[in-house]
Write a protein that binds this ligand. Structure first.
Ligand code: HDE
Length: 681
C-alpha cells in the first residue's frame, strides 16, 4: 500500500524543523563532534614556531571555509526568499484535477524567491530590470513550481536564443562592465537585431522595472500552460499574482540613489515587513481560454512575447498567497532552493510555447552545476513534503538510505515495486495533444507581429508613465556609444509610436524614425499603474525633528500614523533622544548622515526650537528631495517654515497643519503614493 500524505500549511515547517540547529549556548566541536579546546590559535611547534600539519581543527575549519561558495545562478543570482501559505478561494475542479486547487479548505505551504535577473549575487536590488517571482508549492502530489516574472511577456520567442539575450545584457565580457543594467551597447545591439524583444523592452523601460517593493509587484507565469480536469478536458491558462497593496514603483532618480544608500532596499523591506507581522499578500488569478478558441485572437496564444488583454480574457481570482515567515538561514534556503517550470502536478501541463519548451531542459541542468550533483531534491528546502520513491541511487551527497538490494524495474524481488501509479492512482499522464508536422527549424508566421501589443501597452500608459518611458529610453540609449545602434533602436520603436521614437531621438542625438507607426488604437487600462489599488498601509514616513518640538501634538500625529498601520522613523542631527515640550521624549532612529529621503515613502517635518543652520540645511535637502520624487510631505509647527521658504505650500500632496484634520489629510496624501501633478523641474 502506498502512503497517503496528509498535508497542511505547517507540513513544510515541520519537515524543516528536523534540520534546524541552534548553536547558541552549546560547546564548540569539530564536524566530527569532538569538543574543541581552543579556536583562536593554531597548533605550532613552539610559541614562535611554524604551524603543524597535525592541526586537524585548523585544517577542517579552513577547508570548510575555502569551499563555502557555490556558483551563483547564471541569471536571477540576486534574490530574497520567504515562506508562506497558499489558500484557495474556490474549487478549480471544472478546469484542473490538481489536488491543491480542488478544496478551499486545503492550505498549501509555499516558498517564494524574488530576484533581479541581470546583476551578480551581491549587486543592488534597485536596478532597472525584470524581477523574478518564483513559487514552490509543496503539495500532496509533489512540488509544483510556478517560476514567474513581474512582467507578462519575454524578450525572445524560442529558448535557443536565451544564451544570446543573457550574454548581451550581462556585463560586457572584455571588461565586465557595467553591472546589473542593460544600459550598454551589447544589450541594445541585441534588441535592435532581435525585434521580437520590442514588447518586453517596452515594459523594461516602464516603471514596472523599478518596483518599490516585492510587496507591491505583480507576478506573471508568462507562458500559456494547460489545466486538465479529471475528465481529461484541457483549457489554456495563464497565471497571475496580484499584490493586495497595489502595484507601485520608484522613480528613476530615486532608484539610483537608493542603490547607493541601501542596495538591500527590497530585501530589507520584505524581511522587515514579515518580522513586523505585515505579511505580504498576493491574490492568485487565472486567465482561461477554451481549446476551441485557440485561433480566435489576433496574436498566437503560444507566443511568449504576447499577453492576453484582460479586457478580452478576464482574470479570475481563485486564491491568495501570504508570506508569513522569514528564512532562518539565507544560504540553506534562499540560495539552495531549486525551481523548475517542469515541476508540475497532475492537472497542470505544458503547451508548445517554444520558450517554455526550452526552459524545461535548462532548469535541472543548471541545478546540477550550481548545487553540485543530482541529489539537490534532498536539500531540505527542495524536498517534497509527500513521500518519493524510485530506483535512482547514489551521486554526490546522497542523504536517503534506500534499503534492500533492488534498485531496478521490472523486478520480482520487491514484487515489482516501486511501481508506476495509474492515472486514477495519481500518476502523471501527459496531455495527449495531437501533433503532426515536418521536422523544421522555422516558426509559424503567427509569431511575426512584434509591434501591435507594444502599441497597446503604450496606449495604455498615463501621460506621466509615458514620460518615464521616454526618459528611460533616453537614459539607456544615452549610454550606448555606437550611434548606429541608437538609430536602429529609434527606427525600431518608430514601428510602435512615432511621437515616442521622435522624443527619444531628440534626446540622444539621432534622427527621427523613418518607419511607420502601428495603427493599433486599443488600450488596456489595467496595464497602467495609475489604475492600481492605492493604500497608505505599511508605508514608511521619515519624521524630522529636533529638541524643543511640540511634544503632545507630535505624539498625537505619530499615534495617528500607528493606528493607520503607517510606519515611521525619527530623524535628527544626532542619535540618542530628542526632547519636546511637556518633556515628551522620542528616541532618534536615524540621523541625516545615516539615512536619506529616498528611503522613505513620505516626509513629516516638524523641527523644534533648537534647530540651527546645519540642521535647517540638511532637513531642507530631505524636503526638496521628497518633493522632487513626488512624495507626500506633511509639516506642522516650525516645520511649516521649510515649506514656506521652498514655496511648496499648496502643492499637491503637501499638507500642513495640526491635529486630527492634519492627520487625516496627511494619511490621504500618503495613500495616493506619488503626486505626479506637481510642478517638478
Ligand atoms: Fe529562467 N532561468 N529561463 N525564466 N528564471 C533561471 O534557473 C531560462 C524565463 C525565472 O529564484 C535559471 O535555477 C531559460 C522566463 C526565474 O531560483 C536558468 C529561459 C521566466 C528564475 C533559467 C528562461 C523565467 C529563473 C538560472 C528561456 C518567467 C529564478 C538559475 C527559455 C516566466 C528562480 C536557475 C529562482 C532562473 C533558464 C526564461 C523566470 C538558467 C533557458 C520566460 C524567476 O535555468
Amino acid at each position: 500500500m502506498s502512503e497517503t500524505p496528509k498535508i497542511n500549511e505547517n507540513s513544510k515547517q515541520e519537515q524543516l524543523e528536523q534540520f534546524r540547529v541552534d548553536d547558541a549556548n552549546q560547546k564548540m566541536t569539530t564536524n566530527q563532534g569532538l569538543k574543541v579546546s581552543e579556536d583562536e590559535l593554531s597548533l605550532t611547534a613552539g610559541e614562535r614556531g611554524p604551524t603543524l600539519m597535525e592541526d586537524f581543527h585548523f585544517r577542517e575549519k579552513m577547508t570548510h571555509f575555502d569551499h563555502e561558495r557555490i556558483p551563483e545562478r547564471v541569471v536571477h543570482a540576486r534574490g530574497s526568499g520567504a515562506h508562506g501559505v497558499f489558500e484557495l478561494y474556490e474549487s478549480m475542479k471544472p478546469y484542473t484535477k490538481a489536488k491543491f486547487l480542488q478544496d478551499p479548505n486545503v492550505k498549501t505551504p509555499v516558498f517564494v524567491r524574488f530576484s533581479t535577473v541581470v546583476g551578480f549575487r551581491g549587486s543592488s536590488d534597485i536596478v532597472r530590470d525584470v524581477r523574478g517571482f518564483a513559487t514552490k508549492f509543496y503539495t500532496e502530489e509533489g512540488n509544483y513550481d510556478l517560476v514567474a516574472n513581474n512582467m507578462p511577456v519575454f524578450f525572445i520567442q524560442d529558448g535557443i536564443k536565451f544564451p544570446d539575450i543573457v550574454h548581451a545584457i550581462k556585463p560586457e565580457p572584455h571588461n565586465e562592465i557595467p553591472q546589473a543594467t542593460g544600459a550598454h551597447d551589447t544589450f541594445w545591439d541585441f534588441v535592435a537585431n532581435n525585434q521580437e524583444s520590442a514588447h518586453q523592452v517596452m515594459w523594461l523601460m516602464s516603471d514596472r522595472a523599478i518596483p518599490k517593493s516585492y510587496r507591491t509587484m505583480q507576478g506573471f507565469g508568462i507562458h500559456t500552460f494547460r489545466f486538465v480536469n479529471d475528465q481529461g478536458k484541457a483549457h489554456f491558462v495563464k497565471f497571475h499574482w496580484i499584490p493586495k497593496l497595489g502595484v507601485h514603483s520608484l522613480v528613476w532618480d530615486e532608484a539610483q540613489k537608493i542603490a547607493g544608500k541601501n542596495p538591500d532596499f527590497n530585501r530589507q523591506d520584505l524581511f522587515d515587513a514579515i518580522e513586523m507581522g505585515n505579511f505580504p499578500e498576493y491574490e492568485f488569478g487565472v486567465q482561461i481560454i477554451e481549446e476551441k478558441d485557440e485561433f480566435s485572437f489576433d496574436f498566437d496564444i503560444l507566443d511568449p512575447t504576447k499577453l492576453w488583454p484582460e479586457e478580452d480574457v478576464p482574470v479570475k481570482i481563485i486564491g491568495k498567497l501570504t508570506l508569513n515567515r522569514n528564512v532562518d538561514n539565507f544560504f540553506a534556503e534562499t540560495e539552495q532552493v531549486a525551481f523548475h517550470p517542469g515541476h508540475v502536478v497532475p492537472g497542470i501541463d505544458f503547451t508548445n510555447d517554444p520558450l517554455l519548451q526550452g526552459r524545461l531542459f535548462s532548469y535541472t541542468d543548471t541545478q546540477l552545476i550550481r548545487l553540485g550533483g543530482p541529489n539537490f531534491h534532498e536539500i531540505p528546502i527542495n524536498k517534497p513534503v509527500c513521500p518519493f520513491h524510485n530506483n535512482q541511487r547514489d551521486g554526490y551527497h546522497r542523504q536517503t538510505i534506500n534499503k534492500g538490494p533492488v534498485a531496478y524495474h521490472n523486478n520480482s524481488l520487491a514484487a515489482n515495486t516501486p511501481s508506476p501509479a495509474s492515472e486514477s492512482e495519481g500518476g502523471f499522464v501527459h496531455y495527449q495533444e495531437k501533433v503532426e508536422g515536418k521536422i523544421v527549424r522555422s516558426r509559424s508566421d503567427s509569431f511575426n507581429d512584434h509591434f501591435s501589443q507594444v502599441k497597446l501597452f503604450w496606449n495604455s500608459m498615463s501621460p506621466t508613465e509615458k514620460n518615464h518611458i521616454i526618459s528611460a529610453f533616453s537614459y539607456e540609449l544615452g549610454h550606448v556609444k555606437n550611434m548606429a545602434i541608437r538609430q536602429h533602436v529609434v527606427d525600431m520603436y518608430g514601428n510602435v509610436d512615432s511621437a515616442l521614437a521622435t522624443e527619444v531621438a531628440k534626446n540622444i542625438g539621432v534622427n527621427p524614425p523613418t518607419t511607420e507607426e502601428s495603427n493599433v488604437t486599443k488600450s488596456s487600462p489595467v496595464l497602467s499603474q495609475e489604475n492600481t489599488f492605492m493604500s497608505h498601509e505599511t508605508r514608511k514616513v521619515g519624521v524630522i525633528l529636533q529638541n524643543g518640538f511640540q511634544g503632545e501634538e507630535v505624539k498625537e500625529v505619530l499615534q495617528g500614523l500607528n493606528v493607520s498601520k503607517i510606519m515611521y522613523e525619527t530623524i535628527s542631527d544626532k542619535q540618542g533622544v530628542v526632547t519636546g515640550t511637556n518633556n515628551v521624549e522620542l528616541k532618534v532612529d536615524e540621523t541625516f548622515t545615516t539615512t536619506g529621503a529616498v528611503l522613505y515613502d513620505a516626509i513629516y517635518i516638524i523641527g523644534g526650537s533648537e534647530v540651527d543652520e546645519a540642521f535647517y540645511k540638511n532637513a531642507e535637502h530631505f524636503v526638496n528631495e521628497a518633493f522632487k520624487h513626488y512624495k507626500p510631505i506633511g509639516a506642522s509647527h516650525d516645520g511649516v517654515k521649510w515649506l514656506e521658504e521652498s514655496n511648496l505650500i499648496g502643492s499637491p500632496g503637501v499638507v500642513d497643519g495640526s491635529g486630527q484634520k492634519f492627520i487625516k489629510q496627511f494619511i490621504e496624501a500618503i495613500g495616493a503614493h506619488r503626486h505626479w501633478d506637481r510642478n517638478v523641474i
